[in-house]
Design a protein around this ligand. Structure first.
Ligand code: G3P
Ligand code: MG
Length: 234
């Protein structure tokens, strides 16, 4: 059984209300009364887990080039806003956030990223949240370090072999793209009594429709659409 899955999860820290995957985003989420956040974690060239979505730096930072080819000090020197996993988790702990740590490996670094993030979490995390990754290799490497943690199978559309994949990583939930939560997927998950959440849901009507179908949580870029009271655990 999934422990205390929250209904509203701020996507990439504060959604579109702050720079993505930033401490500023976590502060915005806290101000709004969010109880849960999601962010992406990638390794720098020297193996530091940082919050980063893209394999390249251009879109979200003042730096350029591949994340996997830059040391952390170089990234910090050109953009002071990029948080380490340690800094982000410290903020999450202070705000009391349930946290979805999405492992986002650069190509070719799947195993190392899963292992490093898993090791860090095993040493420092209280387990209040869930670990996921589109990379099965990363998820399984992290799972080896975190035998007691909650994991979710992260996918776009529900794959035909989702049961086997979920079993392999002992996933307690599935996170799928909202547009892929069709009747067939919802029925399969319902029959299997597998909790499921949807990303990325940026309007309340869609969220309400998904909740009515059995969705347990939505990841949103617009956590401001819900009141603080609505985001409290029920
Ligand atoms: O983990 C849910 C969602 O964040 C997956 O998509 O690309 O925003 O990391 P993406
Ligand atoms: Mg993500």
């Amino acid at each position: 059984m999934v422990r205390a899955y929250p209904r509203i999860i701020a996507h990439r820290c504060g959604g579109v209300l702050a720079p993505e995957n930033s401490l500023a985003g976590l502060a915005v989420a806290a101000r709004l009364g969010c109880r849960a956040v999601e962010f992406d974690v990638m390794l720098t060239a020297d193996g530091v887990p940082i919050l980063m979505h893209d394999e390249t730096l251009e879109r979200t930072t003042r730096c350029n080039g591949l994340v996997a080819e830059r040391n952390f000090a170089e990234i910090r020197a050109c953009d002071t806003q990029v948080p380490t996993l340690a800094e982000a988790m410290d903020a999450c702990r202070r705000h009391g956030f349930w946290t979805n740590i999405e492992i986002k490996p650069a190509t070719g670094h799947e195993e190392a990223t899963g292992t490093t993030v898993g090791e860090w979490l095993a040493a420092h995390w209280d387990g209040n949240g869930v670990v996921s990754s589109f990379s099965e290799k990363s998820a399984l490497a992290a799972r080896r370090q975190l035998p007691g943690a909650t994991f979710a199978l992260l996918c776009e559309a529900l794959p035909a072999d989702w049961r086997a994949r979920a079993e392999c990583m002992q996933a307690a939930a599935i996170h799928l793209a909202a547009e892929c939560a069709d009747a067939a997927a919802v029925a399969q998950l319902g029959v299997a009594r597998m909790p499921w959440g949807c990303w990325t849901v940026n309007d309340r009507r869609s969220a309400d429709r998904l909740f009515a179908q059995g969705c347990v949580a939505v990841f949103t870029d617009r956590p401001d659409l819900w009141s603080s009271e609505e985001m409290q655990p029920t």
